[in-house]
Design a protein around this ligand. Structure first.
Ligand SMILES: C[C@H](O)[C@H](O)[C@H]1CNC2=NC(N)=NC(=O)C2=N1
Length: 81
């Protein structure tokens, strides 16, 4: 079981900017997601705790903080939810 969310970014480079922002957060949290940039503009982030091979509270905390990031200027459209 993993937490997974995808976003369509405006450009490949904006996808990398997204990753850079997430990387700062991940370093601060001491918890690190899997980052995928596929098909030039599809960003998918997967979160789980490798150490236990499943989900822990830290995963939900990181996911919630990623959801709150101000990345609208990087996206093709607003996230649907
Ligand atoms: C020592 C260090 O805190 C651990 O290796 C952390 C780092 N970040 C991590 N991130 C994630 N997603 N899962 C882990 O098990 C994990 N372990």
């Amino acid at each position: 079981m993993k937490l997974r969310r995808s976003w369509a970014v405006k450009t490949f480079t904006k996808g990398l900017e997204f990753f850079r922002i997430v990387a700062v957060l991940a370093e601060n949290e001491g918890h690190h997601p899997d980052l995928h940039l596929v098909g030039w503009n599809n960003v998918t982030i997967e979160i789980w705790t490798h150490a236990v091979g499943g989900l822990t509270e830290n995963d939900f905390i990181l996911a919630a903080k990623i959801d709150k990031l101000d990345v609208l200027d990087l996206l093709r459209r607003k996230p649907s939810d």
